[in-house]
Design a binder for this molecule. Structure first.
Ligand code: UDP
Ligand code: MG
Length: 322
């Protein structure tokens, strides 16, 4: 790579009741972004705040024309907030981070530089995390291990919002549930080049965490969905078909045994083998048909317009062209 890379950045932050963080956060963001010498926009997505965050954001947007705001009608969750930020953003490089100053804006230039021409996703790794051990770090270590195992994407930290993405690789990925954390997995599935970089993590100084341990359960369900979608979405018939053919094979084996008993031994009776034969045949045939059905459903799914997972009340500055 030669010369100065000035590809513009879109910085996206999900905001739920972070009023006391907003001013220092925006100051630190500006401090980190201005020296990069690139055009940029900062998109704050207010995910149904009730503490006056929206008014705080509007004040910031009135001062800084690089700021754009999106306000949800109610709380739709961090994943939806990030999806909306993505949808409203315009620049080729996308930066996401939390709005509570646990992620440090000062890490952004390093992550962007790492993206360079060689990567499509650079994920932050909060190597030294400032969160409680039992309720946060332990479940997170287990979840990270499972995602690595299931996805084969070798990241340490799937829970860190601070990341840099190339827009072209993430814009068509669908985001729901707690799926924003698995964006690197979805990105790698479509051929994206994914890497990680250690980032700083601070304890929360203002406001409270928006999550309880309940999130662990959601994340676990999402990991299963991830595996299911990954394996099944391309060709469900391979999975159901494989099972169906296997059951049919067992059915034919059972048929042999039954036929041997009837025709060679001359015993016409309802042995357990007869029931097994019937069950294997039925399971086999049904599995094949379910596989075909799943295939049709999946094809329909890929062709329908995706329903948005959020609803916007108002926006500030998103129509500006400059
Ligand atoms: N957040 C959000 N919607 C939600 C929950 C959280 O926009 O429903 C935002 C929150 O304001 C913060 C980021 O997502 O900017 C991460 O949330 P939090 O700090 O509570 O998570 P933790 O760091 O405790 O995992
Ligand atoms: Mg936090």
């Amino acid at each position: 790579m030669s010369g100065h890379d000035a590809t513009p950045l879109s910085v996206v932050l999900p905001v739920l009741n972070e009023l006391d963080n907003l001013e220092p956060l925006h100051a630190r963001l500006t401090e980190a972004l201005e020296p990069m010498g690139r055009e940029y926009e900062v998109i704050y997505v207010d995910d149904g705040s009730t503490d006056g965050s929206w008014e705080g954001l509007k004040k910031i947007a009135a001062r800084d024309r690089r700021v754009r705001l999106v306000r949800f009608r109610r709380n739709f969750g961090q994943t939806s907030a990030l999806a909306a930020g993505l949808a409203y953003s315009r620049h080729p490089i996308l930066v996401t981070l939390d709005a509570d100053l646990q992620n440090d804006p000062a890490d952004i230039p390093r992550l962007v530089e790492r993206l360079g021409d060689s990567y499509d996703v650079v994920a932050g790794w909060r190597r030294h995390r400032e969160d409680p051990w039992l309720t946060r770090l332990l479940p997170s270590h287990v979840a990270n291990f499972l995602v690595r195992l299931v996805s084969g994407v070798p990241l340490h930290d799937f829970g860190c919002t601070l990341r840099v993405y190339r827009r072209e690789i993430v814009q068509d990925l669908s985001l729901y549930g707690e799926m924003h954390r698995f964006l690197p997995v979805l990105a790698q599935e479509v051929g994206g080049r994914v890497t990680e970089l250690e980032v700083v993590h601070h304890p929360r100084t203002h406001g409270v965490s928006k999550y309880s341990v309940l999130r662990t359960y959601k994340v676990l369900v999402d990991i299963i969905t991830l595996k299911f979608i990954g394996d099944f979405q391309s060709r469900p018939t391979y999975v159901f078909g494989g099972f169906g053919l296997f059951a049919l094979m067992l059915g034919f084996l059972a048929l042999d045994v039954v036929a041997y008993r009837v025709f060679v031994l001359g015993r016409l009776e309802a042995t357990p083998m007869v029931f097994l034969m019937v069950i294997f045949f039925l399971t086999g045939v049904f599995s094949l048909f379910i596989g075909f059905l799943a295939e049709i459903v999946i094809r329909g799914f890929h062709h329908t317009q995706r329903k948005p997972t959020y609803h916007v009340r108002e926006t500030v500055g998103v129509d500006r062209t400059g």
